[in-house]
Each structure stands twice: as C-alpha cells, then as structure tokens.
Design a protein around this ligand. Sequence first.
Ligand code: HEM
Length: 362
Amino acid sequence: MATSYSEYLALERLLALQGGLTGNERDLAPAELLFIVVHQIDELWFKLALHELERARDIFAQKQVDEQALAPAAAGMRRVVKTFEVAAAHFALMETMSPRDFLDFRTKLGSASGFQSPQFREVEMLFGLADEDRVKFGEQEVMAAFAPKAGIAGWAERKVVARAANRTTLKIAIESWLARTPIDGSTPDQPGDASRVDAFLDAYLACHRHEVNAAMKAQQPGGSIDPQVAALYAAEMEQAELFLRRGDDVKDDPRRRRLRAAALFIESYRELPLLAWPREILDLVIQLEQAFLIFRQRHARMVERMIGRRVGTGGSDGVRYLDETALRYRIFGDLWCARRLLVRQGGAPALANAAFYDFRSA
Ligand code: HEM
C-alpha cells in the first residue's frame, strides 16, 4: 500500500498533542494554542540541533579528521545556525499575544518554565557549557529543576543525566582539532613544536603592540594622548601578553597556548589554501555561538515585553536572570577573546614557512 503524507509524518498523533493540561483544545484560553505550538516547534528545532551538533562533534572528536569529513560537519553547523535564527524569529510570533492574553492562562503553568526544557539544557551541555559557569538563581541548580520533587516526569531527568554523563562536548572536540593546526609548518607531534609556537607568539605580540600603538596615534593625530585613553591601549597590550603567554590559565598549559596561537594563525593567514577549512570552521563556531546567544537575547526581550520585570514561573527574577545568561555565557571563550587581538592583513608577522600552506602538486 502506498504511504501517505499523513502516515509518514505521523500527523494524526502530532496534531492531537496541543490539548494542554486537560488534553482538550476546547479548554484552552484563546492565545494558549499559540503558546503551546511555538514551544513545541522550538523543542523540535532543539531536537534537530542536537542531532546535527552530535554529528559534528563525532567528526571533530576523531584522532585524525579527514578533509572530506569537514564538509558534512560544516554543513551541519551551518544548519544549526539557521535553526537558531528561525527559532529566535518565533518570538515575534509570540509577541502577537498581548500581556493580558498571556495572564489569562499563565497560572495554569504553575511552576512549569522553559528553565525545565531538557533539550535546551542538552544543547548547552553538548556545546560544552560547564556547570560551574552557570548563572544560578536562589537555590536553583539546573539538575534540581529535573528532580522528581519538582513534579516532572522521569523522562526529562533521564535525558539530561545521560547527556551530562557524555563528557565529549563540541567544545572539547573542536578545540582539540584546532589545536593541531600546523603553525608555521610545525605540527604538535614534531620535535621543537613548542618553541616554533612560542616564536610565532613572540612575533605576533610584537606586531600586535605595533598595531595598537598605531591605532592609538591615529585616534589623536599630532596631539597629546589623553592619559585615560592611553591606559586603555596599554591594557590592550597587557591583555594580549596575559592571553598568549603569561596568564595563569595559559603559562603552564602548552595545549591551550597552542589553541590560542592556532586561532590567531588561522585568522592572520586565512587566505592560504591549506587554511581554507580551519578558517571556515572557525567562522562557523563563532556564528553558531552568536546565533544561540541571539536566541537568548531575543527571548529575554520578548519576555520583558510580555511580563515586564516580574518573577518567572520557574522562580527566577525573570529578565534579569535571562539577561545575565546572555551576558556571561561564552562557550568558545578562547576563540572570542582571540578576536580582540586580530590585526589587519599585512600587520601580522611574515609567514615563516609559506610553501607548506600552498597547493602542492603530488
Ligand atoms: C510568553 C512567553 C514566554 C515567557 C513569558 C517566558 C518567560 C521565561 C522566564 C521568566 C524564564 C526564566 C526562568 C523562570 O523563572 O521561569 C524563561 C526561561 C526559559 N524559557 Fe521562556 N518564556 C516564554 C516563551 C518561551 C518560548 C517560546 C521558549 C522556547 C522554547 C522558551 C524557552 C525558555 C528557555 C529554554 C528558558 C531557560 C533559559 C535559561 O535558563 O538559560 N520560552 N522563560
């Protein structure tokens, strides 16, 4: 028998799932169907995002990543960027509901809140958001929101616990791949790699100082530089030193130093053929995190418009909590920080081993 559209998509079951607490759509408040549908659609987008991010994570987690495997990884990451963009656009649809329409049925939610979305937490965990970096409100811990005492079915808790147990995150996988980038033709398995990397960093820091000084002079040409502004530029240079060489998180950690050096190396020589994939992936990582961040920010603006600064049903201080997550969470922190240190084309050190990065005939 031929398969029908409805069967393939399980439409009968899907469209019977919008009945809210009683299971009967006739009991819904006028705007409640919109509220349920948007949440359900977003959960489907989270499902798709998890699927694509897992595939990308598995590719980068391999000890040796084939060039051919990078195209599907990049395609998946690009799809997730678009997914978050589309999901963020749904908040405009939610805003067609007036605050009073929402208040009509808000008490039905009890203590239910997006804070308890297991898939949203899974996305964060798969990205690599560390528990200690989370914004807390009151006694609320993320996992506590899934404990049975919160009245939530064991399914959500099991999902989040299983995800938390898998320690290979996208961050770990991508960072270890990036950290293996050849720097000035040297790879981590070669003798003398550490000193090649350090030589690149020394040269880069010298160029960075030169660029910062030039930017400072350009700001007040011919005139004396305001000491406060000069202090800001001096801090830029100090930050660069700390980030690349002297900071506590990097000075005894050659792997982290190499990752940071790799990010700057790829950006500085991004036109080289051999760096085509690394630069594409680096761009996608930033796009991915930015799209997720914009989802958070867009949600917070919609929430502010809908309920003002009141307490959330999940028990947080609402918009203040949401804004803090958007401000604080940076999963690929090293890659974001590296952007502060970028220099214009031609401002970076001369490439020590240019031939290594060109197309070579076999
Ligand atoms: C009228 C519409 C909405 C309102 C007023 C609202 C309000 C809130 C508030 C106040 C919070 C903070 C936690 C709390 O105290 O409850 C929150 C968290 C959250 N909401 Fe919404 N929300 C709405 C729609 C949505 C939609 C459509 C989604 C899409 C899935 C969503 C996803 C989330 C998520 C994932 C969190 C957790 C954020 C985090 O902990 O970082 N919300 N929401």
